[in-house]
Design a protein around this ligand. Sequence first.
Ligand SMILES: [Zn+2]
Length: 380
Amino acid sequence: MKKLSIYLSVILLTALGACSKKNGIDGKNAIHPIDPIGPASKDQLVTLKSGIVVEQKGNNYYWGGDILLSSTQLKALDESGTLFTKRPDYIGPDTTINPVFNIPMKSGSNNEAVPRAFSQYPTAYNMWAMVRFTYDANLPAWLKNEIAGILTQIQNESNVRFYNATGQPTVDPTYGFAYPYIDFYYVGNLDASDSYVGRQGGMQKINLADFVQYQPGAIIHEICHAIGMFHEAQRPDRDTYVNLNTSNLKPNGLAQFSKITSNYYMLGTYDFNSIMGYSSFTSGINGVSTFVNDVNQPMYTKKDGSYINQGYDLSTLDKSWVNTFYIPYIARSDVYAELANTVYKQDGTVMTAQERLNLQAQLNNGNSTPPNCCRIPNNF
Ligand SMILES: [Zn+2]
């Protein structure tokens, strides 16, 4: 997510270094760099074999602005136009079965599933049970405090749970596999923060810049990428809800609006309040933007021409998605799946005590009572 204001004026070129000129991601000239746009550009657009346009900054590749791509994802995007090599057979959203837990999705008084979503196609191998994370040693105290507050806030209002593994082993001592985890990392005075989408395996960074100090919603936004969510403006049906201002968008700007057309999960209508939405306007440096010709004109608008505001917190419908695909586990050292006292349903209501126990039994081979041991400390 880019910072919204224009009053930070540090150019990024020196920090990022010159763009790499190498062609191709696999040595076969698979991709075709386009020249950077103007002297203020920090990005190099790259058109993949599949036709998808991504951005290159140094050795990193991005999709849709702030979505970092792993080498596996980049290769898959290049060759097949999809993020995942193991493509699940997408046949449209199934509103009756949860694809992560494979249990019925029932919610609300009418007993229908009501999640709103635009996300990666959620599966047991790209979602998290608990989101393991570390604070990188380079974080300043103010940023660590801000992250801690936001993790607590997200936990209070939804089912996703985080586990603080700072200082703990990164490899399982018994079986030798690398733990999947997020490392919150400080990148200083840049104009963008970024994250991978979904659980990658091993360490994956969420890079946070100074501007999140006064735009904390950007931290929530990057965390939501890491737990599986995409940008609203990249929905394949977004043209039904918004108009792109194509005469104002430079190629880098247009690349922010690349539609995601495979391996997604989408229900419900466009959510203009989503934390995964973007403002109609982009920031610039001294009035110059790599995305638009005129920073005073919008990148895109609603169909009626009105402007879209940046989300600043999980919207009701964002929470619906999180509560559909995450379960609030308590950190334990054994294999029992113990639930927090508050478990949200997809419609935002809270499970009754009996409903919670029923779900806990369902997750533990019928046993609704956790062993009286084994909770482990988990402080942010
Ligand atoms: Zn984003």
